[in-house]
Design a protein around this ligand. Structure first.
Ligand SMILES: Nc1ncnc2c1ncn2[C@@H]1O[C@H](COP(=O)(O)OP(=O)(O)O)[C@@H](O)[C@H]1O
Ligand SMILES: [Mg+2]
Length: 309
């Protein structure tokens, strides 16, 4: 079971919203789709779910060609569109029943799946409430519930944690991780920690083109802060000269107060031990010292700013 996207392209008039995007995914992969606003994330997802027709390219969902066998392909897909649209005048229970019917669930199976999504997304207390009266967080959870109700093999989630509070974000991420092992999941987000928290793979798109396709770890390794060491001093102190004597150091960044140092690794190899021994030898006034994993926001900006700046 897998999905494959070949040379996917979509124009809106003369605007190329998605240009020649290709990738393959296997079961167990959680792909984080990253990119600035307007990069083409939602359009790509609409194409993969059959909500929009591509200008060019082919899409295979579990071996079914989406354009030639749309129903077979779409049966495999659960989709949370951006903004989580639904029918505002339906109650949560009516809506979930309606979707379960569309997904051809019936009898005990339908009951079980309804119960599963209601419990997993904590919807018990809002079942009789009309959707338009729900908070943004609940609307999003109803959207997620309809996306997973038929236990699809492929889940496409467009900014699933947008509008949720930190606890709800955490729960949705846990749910995604929990479902991941026997599914293919694509999650778009602009929250970079989310990628590190749930994804096994990242594709960064900008202006409709794939600019990176790698693991979140490899993405972090592109950061100038990868393996950097941050020092917090007990008092302001100028350590720049001492630090720069170490030839493994690629640069030193100091805050205005002179109490917070970030020491970059020249080769991105670990430099922690050397710095620790310098601290001991020279009895530097260091209160805390830790290794940086890399900063995704900085990598992201350096890759996607380009001519927009
Ligand atoms: N229906 C549409 N008609 C015209 N332009 C569109 C339409 N949908 C999206 N776009 C444009 O396509 C580009 C990509 O949009 P989108 O896929 O929504 O980006 P993202 O989800 O990454 O923010 C944007 O420039 C957007 O304005
Ligand atoms: Mg979008």
């Amino acid at each position: 079971m897998m999905i494959e996207v070949q040379h996917l392209t979509r124009y809106f008039g003369r605007l190329c919203a998605v240009g020649d995007v290709s990738f393959k995914m296997d079961v167990g992969e959680v792909l984080g789709f990253l990119g600035p606003n307007g990069a083409g994330k939602s359009t790509t997802m609409k194409l993969i779910t059959g909500f929009l027709t591509p200008s060019e390219g082919r899409i295979f969902i579990c071996w079914h060609d989406l354009l030639e066998a749309p129903i077979l392909a779409k049966q495999q897909i659960g989709y949370l569109p951006e903004g989580s649209p639904s029918y505002g005048d339906m109650t949560v229970l009516e809506f979930l029943n309606f979707i379960a019917g569309i997904r051809a669930l019936s009898g005990q199976k339908k009951k079980d799946r309804l119960e599963f999504v209601i419990v997993s997304l904590h919807l018990e207390h809002v079942l009789p409430q009309s959707i338009e009266t729900l908070s943004k967080g609940y609307k999003r959870r109803v959207g997620l519930a309809q996306a997973i109700i038929h236990d699809p093999s492929v889940l496409i989630l467009d900014e699933p944690t947008d509008g949720l509070d930190p606890n709800q974000k955490h729960e949705v991420r846990e749910l995604i991780k929990h479902m991941a092992k026997d599914k293919i999941i694509i999650v778009s987000t602009h929250i970079l920690e989310e990628v590190a928290a749930v994804c096994t793979r990242t594709i960064v798109i900008d202006k409709g083109k794939v600019i990176v396709d790698c693991t979140p770890k490899a993405l972090m390794a592109r950061s100038r802060y990868y393996n950097a060491v941050t020092l917090k001093l007990t008092k302001a102190c100028d350590l720049t000269a001492q630090l720069k004597e170490l030839n493994t150091i690629g640069g030193v960044e100091v805050d205005k107060e002179g109490k917070h140092y970030t020491v970059l690794s020249r080769s991105k190899q670990p430099i922690f031990l050397e710095i620790q021994s310098l601290i001991q030898k020279q009895a530097l006034p260091v209160e805390a010292c830790y290794i940086e994993k890399g900063r995704l926001d900085e990598v992201f900006r350096s890759m996607t700013v380009g001519d927009r700046a």
